[in-house]
Design a protein around this ligand. Structure first.
Ligand code: CUA
Length: 487
């Protein structure tokens, strides 16, 4: 008698264990789940779901027939005695072998035709008969998504606005490693590959907020690399486009927002742009983002700047940390205080000088962090309201060049001698007179502000905006005087 294999786990506990696991896994399939591909909200996701269901039923029929045959044969032809005599041995049956070669081939052709036609249909371009096509460039970064609207000169991050019932054509790329762009309920998914543009298009057919997720393992925070797609009515979408070109109202002097604005300029703005509303700001942000990337790449351990999400009109967003948390004062304070405790691996804590402390937490006070959060949440399209006029007694007297520098220059220039996007400015007064022959120190510094492209310091990229003449003659004079004092 052969020894019969006996499982060491008895059946009942195993079933008791497997049932909740199976229920938990199947719950993920409910169409209501935010990332379920069954509750679709766009024609591409719907076609893909229908294709899945079609193939699923073919596979189910094959499974039932094959397993049924196995069970039938196992019972019908089971060993019926203890005799070791072999049954009659056969080999080869041409008819059967041709049959079970042809049937799978027919099934595979039946699967291939709709699959390939959908792939080609999806990749052969955007339907032009379903309304004006919106172009979007989606760029993967470790670990967040950048969205550019080239026809509208808008840049945003982690929250994508698209108009309902209009085709959107995406150019997909990555700045660093391979990511994957996936909006389960609307369309997906296509890889975002560095130096190789990929394409996807989608139509959202229901207004609402939909989840997106990076679907290619891309490093430690891959699972936290999410985004939201906000499908707007056409009217809301146009309002959003207009809002993205409307600067926020200036904070009231002395308010937490005003304090937060100064703190943001001094501590956060070399990596995060938060004012891409004006003409030229789109191209400028693209250049600065590239310069940040180059800076990080040059020294991935110690770089003081890294690529980071654009925060223009952050106050209008729903989420924080690339779709990770709901955005509100508390979550933002928690994030600024200790970002890696919210999202492991985020580069801001490793690289920004503000976190250069023994415990890695921000070196500004809790009330200062709160002011930055208040300020960021106040960033929304302005209403044109003008803050209360500043006390007349101080108006028109002195220009606060330190504040002008913090707001306008500190994003790219240190007042010491460390490099940011641009050169550190310590000692600029001493070297300015020798930079360009024929220009005095004052003239050189003023030229550098008004025409930054006229002379670019070697090893730096000409990314400085060219619109600083808008500061006005008096402010520029005050700035030149202040810069000459930096030692
Ligand atoms: Cu990006 Cu995974």
């Amino acid at each position: 008698m052969h020894r019969v294999f006996k499982p060491s786990i008895s059946l009942r506990p195993a079933l008791l264990l497997l049932t909740p696991i199976a229920i938990a896994l199947l719950a993920a399939c409910t169409p209501d789940n935010a990332q379920s591909t069954f509750g679709t909200a766009g024609p591409i996701a719907e076609d893909q779901a229908n294709l899945f269901i079609f193939i699923f039923w073919i596979a189910a029929v094959v499974f039932v027939l094959v397993e049924g045959a196995v069970i039938y044969v196992s019972i019908r032809y089971r060993r019926r005695s203890d005799s070791d005599k072999l049954p009659h041995q056969t080999h080869g049956n041409t008819k059967l072998e041709i049959t079970w070669t042809i049937i799978p081939a027919i099934i595979l052709i039946g699967v291939a035709i709709p699959t390939l036609s959908q792939i080609w249909g999806q990749q052969s371009g955007v339907p032009t008969d379903q309304g004006e096509v919106l172009s979007v460039e989606a760029i993967g970064h470790q670990w967040w998504f950048e969205f550019r609207y080239p026809d509208h000169e808008i840049i945003t991050a982690n929250e994508l606005h698209i108009p309902v019932d209009r085709p959107v054509a995406f150019k997909l790329t990555s700045q660093d490693v391979i990511h994957s762009f996936w909006v389960p309920k609307i369309a997906g998914k296509v890889d975002m590959v560095p130096l190789n543009d990929n394409f996807i298009w989608m139509i959202g057919t229901e207004p609402g907020v939909f989840y997106g997720q990076c679907a290619e393992f891309c490093g430690i925070a891959h699972a936290h690399m999410r985004f939201r797609v906000i499908v707007d009515t056409e009217e809301d979408f146009q309002a959003w486009l207009n809002g993205m070109h409307t600067a926020p109202d200036a904070p009231t002097p002395g308010s937490p927002e005003a304090s937060g604005q100064q703190l943001f300029a001094a501590n956060c703005s070399s990596c995060h742009t938060n004012n891409s509303t004006g003409p030229g700001s789109y191209a400028q942000e693209i250049n600065i983002q590239q310069a940040r990337w180059n800076g990080w790449l040059a020294d991935t351990e110690n770089a003081s700047i890294v690529s980071a999400p654009n925060l223009t009109h952050l106050g209008d967003r729903l989420t924080l940390g690339a779709g990770l948390k709901d955005l509100n004062q508390d979550s933002l304070i928690g994030w600024i205080t200790d970002p890696s405790s919210v999202k492991i691996g985020t580069r801001m804590q490793q690289h920004a000088a503000i976190y250069d402390t023994p415990d890695g937490r921000a070196k500004i006070s809790a009330s200062e962090i709160s002011d930055i959060a208040t300020y960021l949440l106040s960033l929304k399209p302005g209403t044109g309201a003008v803050p209360d006029p500043v006390d007349d007694s101080s108006a028109g007297t002195a220009i606060d060049a330190v504040a002008v520098f913090a707001t306008n220059c500190a994003v790219c220039h240190s007042t010491a001698d460390d490099k940011k996007v641009g050169p550190g400015l310590a000692g600029i007064g001493d070297r300015a007179a020798t930079r360009v022959s024929g220009l005095s120190a004052d003239e050189y510094i003023e030229q550098s502000i008004r025409e930054p492209g006229a002379f670019v310091v070697p090893d730096f990229v000409a990314v400085m905006p060219t619109d600083f003449s808008k500061l006005g003659d008096d402010t520029i004079d005050a700035l030149v005087t202040y810069l000459k004092t930096l030692k």
